[in-house]
Design a protein around this ligand. Structure first.
Ligand code: F6P
Length: 340
């Protein structure tokens, strides 16, 4: 049996743990090919053979030894044809795709075309539905909380309002949890927009009472008055997403103008995605990898591994991509208790 594994979309800590889990749990008669750079590797036919030795100790290393890309092979007829030809050419019996909703949407499409595919949910944003957590997210929250912890002393010393921007395109999970953990005084996430007037009121009240303030803001947040999210609209990826970034700077400027307080902005960006995974993410990635291999051996295709409570289960791939997992209102209400 020959199995191809690939990692697509933005990298995140824990990807290598999944790869190691798959390779180490594969029986001796199963050959594992590591497809390079996500779906691109199947279009360009770039792959390596993975043995136990190749994955020795990689679970503690961030990123992905297979490289990644945001290639959408169904963007053109030529690419999808090449991909299909190559799957046959190298004789893949199954593909394990490790990725977020974009990578998994390609996996689901291939599965509906009759290919043997298994998905592993990956996104730093933690917004894949029907799984409690995606690996890498826990690491990102820890890095974010540590950074916000550090901003308190400098904001306080200078009597400033500091806006700290964290990743999260449509779901504010990283921002709300890092913000809660580190005691941000206001948390702004895409799910719950606020007007600039409301933000100004929070800032004035906090500054009058306490003299400094940390605002955690997700990159995908936009104040109610703004028509579009802040980012570079000229940079659109193969799945149609613009490159986000700049909301912290935007808010810092407006708040300075509206309140006169000294403001600063910090973008955590890719720092949240880099480096070694936490023990939680190493273990989650490992368990996902081992379970994905089991699904392949059981010929249980068209499914994605998922975490429910403390159990690894599997769900149909389409369920994972049907909706996104957003921060529920009750959770946001809990965070609101600590605003100000
Ligand atoms: O989708 C995950 C994510 O980390 C988003 O939070 C972020 O907007 C995006 O990827 C950044 O993508 P890139 O690494 O391509 O700049």
């Amino acid at each position: 049996m020959r199995i191809g594994i690939l990692t697509g979309g933005g990298d995140c800590p824990g990807l290598n743990a999944v790869i190691r889990g798959i390779v180490k749990s594969a029986p001796d008669d199963v050959e594992i090919l590591g497809i390079m750079h996500g779906w691109k590797g199947l279009v360009d036919l770039e792959y390596i053979t993975l043995t136990d030795d190749d994955v020795e100790g990689i679970h503690i290393i961030g990123g992905t030894i297979l490289g990644t890309s945001r290639t959408n092979p169904f963007k053109s007829e030529e690419m999808s044809q090449k991909l299909e030809e190559n799957v046959k050419k190298i004789g893949l019996d199954a593909v394990i795709a490790i990725g977020g909703d974009d990578t998994l949407s390609v996996a689901a499409k291939l599965s509906s075309m009759g290919y043997n595919v298994v998905g592993v949910p990956k996104t730093i944003d933690n917004d894949v539905s029907n799984t409690d957590f995606t690996f890498g997210y826990h690491t990102a929250v820890n890095v974010g909380a540590d950074a916000i912890d550090r901003l308190h002393s400098t904001a306080k010393s200078h009597g400033r309002v500091i806006f700290v921007e964290l990743m999260g395109r449509e779901a504010g999970w990283i921002t709300i949890e890092a913000g809660l953990a580190a005691g941000a005084h206001l948390i702004l996430i895409p799910e719950y927009p606020m007007t600039i007037d409301e933000i100004v009121n929070y800032v004035k009240e906090r500054m009058e009472n306490k003299g400094y303030m940390i605002v955690a803001v997700a990159e995908g947040f936009k104040p109610t008055e703004l028509e579009n999210v802040v980012g570079d609209k000229s940079e659109i990826d193969a799945f149609g997403h613009i490159r986000l970034g700049g909301i912290a700077h935007y808010m810092a400027e407006i708040i300075k103008e509206r309140t006169g307080y000294d403001t600063r902005s910090v973008v955590l960006g890719h720092l949240l995605r880099g480096g070694t995974p936490t023990a939680f993410d190493r273990i989650l990635g490992t368990r996902y990898g081992v379970h994905a291999m089991k699904l392949v051996l059981d010929k249980d295709f068209g499914r994605m591994v998922a975490l429910k409570g403390n159990e690894i289960i599997s769900i149909p791939l389409e369920y994972a991509i049907a909706t996104k997992k957003y921060v529920p209102f009750d959770y946001y209400k809990l965070a609101q208790i600590f605003f100000g």
